[in-house]
Write a protein that binds this ligand. Structure first.
Ligand code: SF4
Ligand code: SF4
Length: 404
């Protein structure tokens, strides 16, 4: 399977084909990334590996191949986990290469665009979620296949429970002496992870920061990674307008899945992962003991975009008595991966089962994961554990009276 060509088409470094050519040229085809790729581990197929995808992208960009359904499928299966990028000795920017390739291809014809459009509009989604619960719609999904396709059924399986929508207790007093930060609440996390948002406010105020919150809007990550470039650009514009109204110096997000896209949306702004930020101010916080064992799932984006898995572990280690057992990094991605869990639910379940297979030997009391997409997907798997964001646990254990 050789795709190299004389590449007769002119290339501009600005258009996706030109960008792909430049980025793909960095790959020396060494294959060191292969064993770190979850889809290569799953399928044992070169086309489903980073190296195979780079060569496919190269051939599509040069016009040597056309994007029929068979050719684009391995590219659509890519999870954007960036495990390959983090181990590549040649510094191949695989994430950018994939974004450009998907921009070149455009969204899959069977992309659940209407469903994704709903999920990324939190106010509308919140109303419909309440209606879905009222009608007990999850019970009907399998009986009405003409109404609920695979993607809709996969989304219903992820419906958050009432517990995950619960908000935390009253915020502690604060001095604001440490500065001002703004929290990005996003779309799905704004909808399904208000407990973690409240926890972040709680901890940041206790550390002495004045906390502002952006309105619930989507950062555009799902559209960007699906090749829906116009919608991604519109989302970036909304984020930039909302940020312009904030009197803060730093934008923090609680879900590392939004981090990379927010940094693209706001290239001149300091955008940080909230746990990474808190890790630098943890000396200002004290925690009550907790005699529990937790399994810690480290999302790909925590490791490969925020790159601060050690900080997350160190924060949790501040809780006396807490026994933190991290799930093994290999085989990596749980399969949620933006829209992947909705578009390819069967593959997503297989990837999830591999991750959850490591739970039983740890005998944890609960499962922690910082990425809302991962957490909803993991929570829908075959186990009975409570799941939450590490920030939620930390805020619950905050020593009363810890504030500056
Ligand atoms: S992406 Fe990097 S690690 Fe993978 S084959 Fe290319 S050069 Fe090697
Ligand atoms: S981003 Fe993840 S799934 Fe995609 S090629 Fe790289 S390692 Fe494999």
């Amino acid at each position: 399977m050789i795709f190299m060509s004389d590449d007769p088409r002119p290339r501009s470094k600005e258009d996706p084909a030109g960008r792909i050519a430049v980025l793909a040229d960095q790959c020396v085809l060494c294959g060191l990334c292969q064993p770190h790729c979850p889809t290569y581990v799953l399928d044992a197929n070169e086309a489903e590996s980073p190296r195979g995808r780079i060569r496919l992208a190269q051939a599509l960009a040069s016009g040597e191949l056309t994007a029929d359904a068979t050719i684009r499928l391995p590219l659509d299966h890519c999870l954007s986990c960036l495990n390959c990028e983090s181990v590549c000795p040649s510094g191949v920017c695989f994430g950018e290469l994939l974004i450009q390739t998907r921009a070149l291809l455009g969204p899959r014809p069977d992309r659940p665009t209407a469903l994704l459009g709903l999920l990324t509009r939190p106010r509308l989604a919140r109303s419909l979620l309440a209606l879905a619960r009222g009608l007990r719609i999850r019970r009907w999904a399998h009986r009405l296949p003409w109404l609920f396709g695979n993607a809709e059924r996969a989304a219903l399986a992820l419906l958050p429970t009432r517990g995950t929508l619960r908000t935390a207790r009253a915020l502690p007093p604060f001095s604001g002496a440490m500065g001002r930060v703004a929290l990005f609440q996003g779309c799905v996390s704004g909808l399904a992870d208000s407990a973690a948002l409240d926890a972040a406010r709680h901890l940041l105020r206790a550390a002495g920061f004045r906390v502002h919150t952006l309105p619930p809007v989507c950062c555009g990550a799902i559209d960007l990674h699906d090749g829906a470039t116009a919608s991604a650009a519109a989302a970036a514009g909304r984020v930039a307008r909302d940020w312009a109204d904030q009197p803060a110096d730093t934008l923090l997000c609680i879900t590392p899945g939004c981090l990379g896209t927010l940094r693209r949306d706001l290239p001149d702004v300091i955008v940080e992962d909230a746990m990474g930020f808190l890790g630098r101010h943890v000396e200002r916080l004290q925690f009550r003991p907790l005699d529990e064992r937790v399994a810690l799932h480290m999302p790909c984006t925590q490791n490969n975009v925020a790159r601060n898995g050690a900080v997350v572990r160190a924060l949790l280690d501040r809780v006396p008595g807490l026994d933190v057992r991290e799930l093994p990094a290999t085989p990596g991605c749980c399969g949620a991966a933006g829209s992947h869990g909705l578009t390819f639910p069967e593959r997503a379940e297989r990837l999830r089962d591999r991750v959850l297979g490591h739970l039983a030997p740890l005998s944890p009391d609960r499962l922690l994961s910082s990425n809302i997409g991962c957490r909803l997907h993991l929570a829908a798997g075959d186990h009975a554990l409570a799941t939450e964001h590490p920030l939620t646990l930390l805020a619950r254990q905050l020593q009363p009276g810890t504030h500056h």
